[in-house]
Design a protein around this ligand. Sequence first.
Ligand code: 6R9
Length: 650
Amino acid sequence: MSDTKTHAPNPELAAHAHVDAAKYKEMYAASIADPAGFWGEHGKRIDWIKPYSQVKDVSYDFGNVAINWYGDGTLNVSSNCIDRHLAARGDQTAIIWEPDSPEDEAKHITYRELHAETCKMANVLKDLGVGKGDRVVIYLPMIPEAAYAMLACARIGAIHSIVFAGFSPDALAARVSGCDAKVVITADGAPRGGRVTNLKDNVNQALINVIDDTKCLVVKRTGQQIAWRNGLDYWLHEEAAKAADDCPPEEMGAEDPLFILYTSGSTGQPKGVVHTTGGYLVYAAFTHEITFDYKDGDVYWCTADVGWVTGHSYIVYGPLANGATTLMFEGVPTYPDASRFWHVCEKHKVAQFYTAPTAIRALMAHGNDPVTKCDLSSIKVLGTVGEPINPEAWNWYNDVVGGGRCPIVDTWWQTETGGHLMTPLPGAHATKPGAAMKPFFGIKPLVLEPASGEIIEGNGVEGVLVIADSWPGQMRTVWGDHERFEKTYFSDYKGYYFTGDGCRRDADGDYWITGRVDDVINVSGHRMGTAEVESALVAHSKVAEAAVVGYPHDIKGQGIYCYVTLMNDEEPNEELRKELRTWVRTEIGPIASPDLIQWAPGLPKTRSGKIMRRILRKIAEDDFGALGDTSTLADPSVVDDLIENRMNKS
Ligand code: 6R9
């Protein structure tokens, strides 16, 4: 990766941008010198029922970690995203919905319609017995009802937990019971790429296994046949027809939870990341406006799914808090063909387009024609998120999609951070292919020596990335397990928030994210703990032991490489490989499907029985020269067998 190839900001855009180079410097300095002053000022961008008098009250002390922003203020997120816009933009489109099939008609939902639909759903939830502080699981495709459901929960003070519609019944069950949800909101089916997932069936299966008195609110999307649980299942359209289209917003404390979102870590099962009301909304809205240089009248499109944090902050909460027009897409980039994204950009005159490197790589493989045959002149800013972007993909995005005129914001952040922590700003910063460049306002990144935890000063350095202070969008705790929160993020490097990412600060002082330094892998921008895949594998009766690592994959970024030791009398064969693949898909979901499974008669272990993943990673990466010291292994000969039988990647 070259540090020298830089692209200056587009001067036309920079001239009218919310933030130019000089303003960034000034605002960044102010945000670091006086965080409470800075965020006290910017907290005013949203409406408060009772204004805050305190801004920041944060302790990163291990054992006493507590994060509070705007602690004594009260507000409602739904009224900030809807009601306050009604006077000036009631007839403006809030959401453009583009369905899976281009043959079906797109919908334009105005702020006034959004208000009515959200209120109706809020009243339906109340009728089902949901109140302030109760949990609601949302398991929906990318349809407008997903946004209504989120905002309806926020309106009545219920805490939503969205489960990506690609997750299996087992994964859904764990998340429903994990937060003790009162209601699950789902649809009969989810069309995606011309195929339908039977969502309601999945819910039925999930609920049988856990708590079978959980109510279910069902959106009619496909009209397919579904199994109905009498007395527990309700059609949304039937209930909404009886409901009032006005529902007063609940007054919420700034630190009341807004949502839970499960994400993977290096150990154990996924944890429920908790975001709260005030700080999260300020941060999501502010970053949305500044990072994308969003202006009134722009049509903004983030291609993520609401099942991930990107969909929360940058499809729903950030844009709607800003009174923006946000596009929601139900389909996939390659259906019906590789032009779909670009057709949608042309059709709706998209100004800001935000997607993931894996999608860019997949589309790049189809050549330039699908892009160049569309008129993309409406696009002003391009964005990427989810994983490091390789320079080839970056250059193609810049040259072919952006025509060399559109700055690329490579936004680095995490489920835990609520919003962007590092990104170039389109009117302020030069960009470099693959670099996250500069910290956002209030963010103080530090590069540490991994072993000693010492701060590495100066430029041209590499280490682990921590953040020295808090910001309003930071997660507050792990649902039901504050100790795990402290242990995961505040124990390895005391006094800092540990990101789990590696980082380089180049000779110019610009930041590059080098990838995870823990046992988290990033498959097509989806974050996954290797431990989750391992525990799914060992739950199979024929598997004795399993170790899972990532390996470089052309399209997915990382692929899932599994080393599997079978039970003594089991015969390794192709059929069993298929069986294990299907098994993991049903245990977790298709996104966790193993790419390669190598039969391993033995795994490299230390004498104390610890699996040496470093070695397995190197073998999977085809980097045998870098195996390092294997003499501490209990049986060094297993390594030779693993190298000899390494799976062919192609
Ligand atoms: C928003 C989101 C977080 C992890 C993060 C990092 C990787 C995200 C990135 C990036 C390099 C970027 N990541 N954005 N790496 N450049 N622009 O993706 O959240 O699903 O929690 O994943 O993704 O490794 O730690 P999440």
